[in-house]
Ligand binder design. Structure first.
Ligand code: ATP
Ligand code: MG
Length: 422
């Protein structure tokens, strides 16, 4: 027997039962982004490996162990993008779009990380990413966060999300703090796990990001970066906090929030939920004021975030949000009537263009067709019977509520449906 080929672990198909939530999420997000003045970029999924090692940092989970890296046929080292900011920055520099003051962009698409597949952690997953360039004012930090909060509201998820906020200061402040933290961690070295012991030397800030619950109590005692910021960085952070408060956004200051990528500075934030088990970060981002210069272009501040679509879709599904159900399932008594039925249904479409109207193309007994109508979860089954139709009438059966079967004139049907579809 020929073996059936399966998908690659951690790279799932998305089936119709889920794609409707994806479209809802994306349509809602894209129009919201448009309303805040963001424009779309479509970026390649493959980039040169160096783009990522330089941006994300070589001592990070992503670069150390998660990237899909391979040699192209001509020997160039390429990587499947593990995130979108590096490519967006490359594109903004290369295209000259960066020269537009206050350029704001978004992108959507698959990202690839070789992680251990589990709930909320895939090897191919999708992000909607948002980036704003050339604005150092704290108002943009706050606006990004307010915009994401508005998205949760529109999706009915606001009750499930918590905002965590921190500041990483500027490069000098981080350097000084790094030393302080390293000294402190060294004193507690015997309590650290293997990963953290290694990072203590190579990238001590990353130790704070450890997901190991056994280290939680200890790390809570570590020196806090926020207390070692200079006055300008502190003022920036305070202003972001004030703007959020003024706009009714609650947040939790989290000293251990350092993010898993090296390019961040100043404001960093995550939207988290406890409704999805261990992988609860829905959306994460922050400032990256040094990243553009790191790529050799004129220093330009930047800020952005990325949301994980799979996690958001899971949350939407678990909230039992009702996806749109068919309004009509049209059942036809005899094959010879199907042409007339089809025309009538097209007239109905003119009247209720966004409703789902289905025609039974498969035929067979009335019973078999009604079974399919029932399975479709339609509100109404419209039955086209030979005798009735000759009199210009159709029958309507209510499928989701009690009530007698109705007789309507075929001509009235489109208007009648418009009345029910409100
Ligand atoms: P974590 O600390 O959970 O590993 P991260 O810092 O690696 O997260 P980011 O690079 O900030 O994650 O990605 C932004 C968002 O993308 C995450 O908050 C999450 O929603 C989503 N995401 C990241 N990695 C995965 C993955 N392997 N599978 C599914 N979604 C992911
Ligand atoms: Mg990760």
């Amino acid at each position: 027997m020929t073996e059936i080929i399966r998908n690659i672990r951690g790279m799932p198909d998305v089936l119709p039962e889920q794609t409707r939530y994806w479209r809802w999420l994306e349509q809602t997000a894209f129009s919201l982004l448009q309303s805040y003045g963001y424009e779309e970029l479509r970026l390649p999924v493959l980039e040169s490996t160096e783009l990522f090692t330089r941006s994300i940092g070589s001592v990070t989970d992503i670069v150390e162990k998660e990237m899909y890296t391979f040699a192209d046929r001509n020997g160039d080292s390429l990587s499947l993008r593990p995130e979108g900011t590096a490519g967006a920055v490359r594109c903004m520099i290369q295209s000259g779009l960066l020269h537009t003051p206050g350029a704001k962009v978004w992108y959507q698409g698959p990202m690839f990380r070789h992680e251990r597949p589990q709930r909320g952690r895939l090897r191919q997953f999708n992000q909607i990413g948002v980036e704003a360039f050339g604005i150092s004012e704290p108002t943009i930090d706050a606006e990004l966060i307010i915009m994401s909060q508005r998205l949760w509201q529109q999706l009915g998820l606001a009750e499930q999300t918590v905002l965590k906020l921190n500041s990483l200061g500027n490069r000098e402040e981080r350097q000084q703090y790094r030393q302080l933290l390293q000294d402190w961690l060294q004193k507690h070295q015997q309590h650290l796990d293997e990963d953290s012991q290694r990072r203590l030397l190579s990238n001590p800030l990353r130790v704070l990001d450890s997901k190991n619950p056994a280290l939680s109590d200890l790390l809570q005692e570590a020196p806090k970066l926020l207390q070692h910021l200079g006055p300008a960085s502190r003022a920036h952070y305070d202003e972001v906090c004030e703007l959020l408060t003024d706009n009714g956004i609650d947040f939790v200051q989290d000293d251990r929030l350092v993010r898993g990528l090296d390019y961040y500075s100043h404001t960093v934030f995550e939207w988290q939920t406890d409704a999805l088990g261990a992988q609860g970060t829905l959306c994460a981002g922050g400032r990256y004021d040094d990243l553009v210069a790191l790529h050799g272009a004129k220093p330009t501040p930047g800020i952005g975030f990325a949301m994980g679509e799979e996690r958001l879709v899971e949350l939407l599904q678990s909230q039992a949000h009702q996806a749109q159900q068919p309004l009509v399932y049209m059942v036809v008594q005899e094959p010879s009537l199907r042409q007339a039925a089809m025309q009538l249904l097209e007239h109905c479409r003119d009247r209720v263009p966004t409703a789902i109207l289905l025609l039974d193309h498969l035929g067979g007994s009335l019973k078999a067709q009604m079974k399919r109508a029932n399975r479709s979860q339609t509100s109404y089954a419209v039955i086209i019977g030979a005798e009735e139709y000759a009199r210009g009438e159709v029958s309507v059966r209510l499928m989701q509520q009690q009530g007698p079967q109705l007789q309507l004139s075929a001509q009235e049907l489109p208007d009648w449906l418009a009345g029910r579809n409100a």
